[in-house]
Ligand binder design. Sequence first.
Ligand SMILES: *Cc1c(COP(=O)(O)O)cnc(C)c1O
Length: 393
Amino acid sequence: MSEEQSKGPATRLAEAGRRKAWTQGIVSPPVWRASTVLFDDVDALRDATRRADEVLYYGRRGSPTQWSLADALTELEPGAAGTTLHASGTAAITTALLAVLEPGDELLMTDSTYEPTRVFCDGMLKRLGITTRYYDPLVSGADIDALFGPRTKAVFLESPGSLTFEVQDVPAICAAARARGAVSLIDNTWATPLLFPAISRGVDISILSCTKYVAGHSDVMMGSATAVPGLFERVRKTAQVMGQCVSPDDSFLVSRGLRTMGVRLAQHGAASLEVARWLRQHPRVTAILHPALPDSPQFALFQRDFVGPAGLFALAIDGDDAARTRLIDALRHFGIGFSWGGFESLALPIDPERIRSAVPWQSPGKMVRLQIGLEDPADLIADLEQAFAQAAQ
Ligand SMILES: *Cc1c(COP(=O)(O)O)cnc(C)c1O
């Protein structure tokens, strides 16, 4: 094992992407704003054109600010060849799918996928002549094999699903895809490579909404796609021909967030378990959907494949939509809003049964998704307790 490979994840997180050749030794890569780059003469311009992915060339191809972030994300996924950055997590997902699919192809998509991913498949991909077949996220490796047809070119996973939290058998599904010559892609936003190093578990393209845990401060949008050798070039070319780029200012913020992602995730994860355990004994709670609770249905898979828990989970309550609304409105420390992965706690009413198409979602009650932030868990628990009391009146 080389020194690079043997580094622990925390060390990797501190050191990744800091190439002296790019930053002259400055610890955090500065914001290099650029459109035009000036060359000494026409020869130098032609040389840069030939090596446009390696040297400063034109703002759209990025600067050391973006390169260092992409490099750092690649280093977090052992086995990866490179990372592309995108204007949002959604843009990373759509670009990666367009990179691997062509008209006439079929895509296998987990039924637990993030809703905008489904909208893209059912709209744009369909219009391009690419068929999407939704599959049960809990499919076994053997059963997914039976779903592959001659036109199936890719399988997309999201584990755990960001509303319903099913843990997928990622290594088995990806091995089946590889045996069929199909590409596997995962939305790895919940776990990040720190809790689930997707590429070393067999995935070809690992996608993050960096808006969430990587940035971590609810103030910037970004996405990334990290791919194995052979596919990285395809994703990069696709992003380039579509003119995609991210701003150096946003990259600076995401890079800054990345350095503390390990300690934040540890805190989010531990606090989410503490809150989930408290909720589980509450008489109004009919179910907790948290993959790291030992009695969760896929706990064995979670223990086998994941390093630890993240901070996002869901609960179900008895009562109707009005009762759920009263509960959420009564919370004081939980904000009401989309997204997650920032330092602050959030609560959101969710209705996964509205979205599913392959396997109907049997909801165990009216569902609420909680993002557990970095506040004191005791305050969050007290807040939930008073909100349940208030909602019951
Ligand atoms: C938020 C989210 C996305 C999309 O990311 P954006 O940066 O908001 O576009 C994709 N997948 C999951 C699981 C998410 O939670």
